[in-house]
Design a protein around this ligand. Structure first.
Ligand code: C2O
Ligand code: CU
Length: 468
């Protein structure tokens, strides 16, 4: 298994940590409240079937946001209020979930938990003020394994108050497509094969919907490249073909400093922002390849350097001021263990379970698997009893990885999704801030569909209650 070179196991210091000192380490790492600047940005969003020249350019029948795949990239500035007027023109119910955005619970787009599903022909207005700048994305949370696979996903970029002076800001959405002989989306979803393996992996890998994506740049440019994995199940391990980018953000939030992306696995749901400098020759070509599954590398895209830019690009890489180490967090008792596994049964013949429970639609109203208190350190453990991959995603909160298989891991960044490998145990730490009922699920959408989902509830802290 490839491991990032910077995932250096650190020796634990002997001094015992307390939940309070861990909480203090968290400090003001993330803002508790949004700071609306009074500016409301309105967007229209329509989900509808259409036909588009995708993959290698032939017409494919898809479901699309605003008639495109990927859907639109909505851009706002930190402090702006996002208001999305959404209309459902699909033949199915749907919702829109804002992956990674700390929204008020009622705007999270989870059917029957935070809102009723939006019927065909129906509409809903999502409104929230993001608390964090970064790269986020949105997708349906109803029958996601089908709706996302048919093409429903888009990107939300929240710019910093003063964005760093990159010459360009580029979004690349990674996806794969399972096409039939007619070159159309293979119309059976949640097949036994997909459910028994790591979800639906396609036979074509695309960047922004195409296999021929090429980015033209000039020497001297410095580009912020935002990668989003919108695949149902596929994990990417990009090889940058000689380029030496630096990771500056993971799952939206800046890292503590620039990181070597070598070995970084981009699981479904994950985002990675890269700082790319083109300082060399006036002409060059780089071919980016995915090497997650070594026998079958996939071309992702090419970057062609041509010409010279004289833009001023000498600025420090943006970084997050405060990422807690929480190395003492491992010594804190585990607040909750989640065991991940599968068994026979359920509507698909195989169910994916969390602590022996397979989530079914009506469970949205069931008691949460865990109740947490806002503003308190929590130590969670995931034990993968299966041989498959499970990128575990938590709505409404960011966490830090503490350990893999009991070995401390020093990842200097937050995440909202972490890949749990076959038979692996991982520990995470977090301090939830946002009150409400939040989903936790595997982001391999077939696994989620077949039960690997649950809810976590965050109750207000005494401070938060006092302020009400
Ligand atoms: Cu992108 Cu509930 O997930
Ligand atoms: Cu899974």
């Amino acid at each position: 298994m490839t491991r990032a070179t910077w995932l250096v196991a650190c020796l634990l210091l002997a001094n015992p940590a307390s939940a309070d000192s861990l909480r203090a380490e968290f400090g003001h790492a993330l803002p508790e409240r949004a700071r609306p600047n009074g500016h409301v940005v309105d967007f229209e969003l329509v989900a509808a079937p259409t036909e588009l020249p995708l993959v290698d350019g032939h017409e494919i029948r898809v479901w699309a946001y605003n008639g495109r795949v990927p859907g639109p990239t909505f851009r706002v500035r930190l402090g702006d209020t996002v208001r999305v007027h959404f209309t459902n023109r699909l033949p199915q119910e749907t919702t829109v979930h804002w992956h990674g955005v700390r929204v008020p619970n009622g705007m999270d787009g989870v059917p029957n938990l935070t809102q009723p599903p939006i019927p065909p022909g129906g509409s809903f207005t999502y409104e929230f003020t993001p608390k964090d700048a970064g790269t986020f994305w949105f997708h349906p949370h109803v029958r996601s394994s089908e709706q996302v696979e048919r093409g429903l996903y888009g990107v939300l970029v929240v710019d910093d108050d003063t964005p760093p002076a990159f010459t360009r800001d580029v979004v690349w959405v990674l996806d794969d497509w399972l096409l039939d002989e007619q070159g159309q989306i293979f119309a059976q979803f949640n097949t036994a094969h997909d459910l028994m393996h790591d979800g639906r992996w396609g036979n074509f890998v695309t960047v922004n919907g195409r296999t021929d994506t090429t980015l033209q740049v000039r020497s001297g440019e410095r580009i912020r490249l935002r990668l989003v994995n919108a695949s149902n199940g596929r994990v990417y391990l990009p090889d940058f073909g000689g380029l030496e980018p630096r990771i500056i953000a993971v799952d939206g939030l800046y890292t503590a400093g620039p990181l070597d992306p070598h070995g970084f696995e981009i699981a479904p749901g994950n985002r990675v922002d890269l700082d790319l400098r083109f300082t060399d020759a006036a002409s060059a070509r780089y071919d980016l390849v995915d090497r997650f599954y070594p026998p079958q590398p996939n071309r992702l895209a090419s970057i062609v350097v041509d010409g010279i830019s004289d833009a001023a690009t000498h600025f420090p890489s943006p970084a997050h001021a405060q990422v807690p180490r929480w190395s003492g967090g491992l010594h804190e008792p585990v607040d909750k263990v989640f065991r991940l596994n599968s068994r026979r049964g359920g509507p698909y013949g195989i169910e994916w379970t969390i602590n022996d429970h397979a989530f079914a639609g009506h469970d949205h109203a069931a008691p949460p698997a865990l109740v947490m208190q806002a503003d308190r350190f929590v130590h969670l453990q995931f034990v993968n009893d299966s041989f498959r991959l499970h990128p575990i995603h938590l709505h409404g909160m960011f966490f830090r990885l503490l350990a893999r298989n009991g070995t401390p891991v020093d990842e200097p960044f937050f995440r909202d999704t972490v890949l749990v490998h076959s038979k692996e145990t991982i520990d995470i730490g977090l301090v939830p801030l946002d009150v409400g009922s939040w989903m936790m699920h595997c982001h391999i959408l077939e696994h989620a569909e077949a039960g690997m989902m649950t809810t976590l509830r965050v109750d207000a802290s005494a401070d938060q209650r006092a302020r009400k």
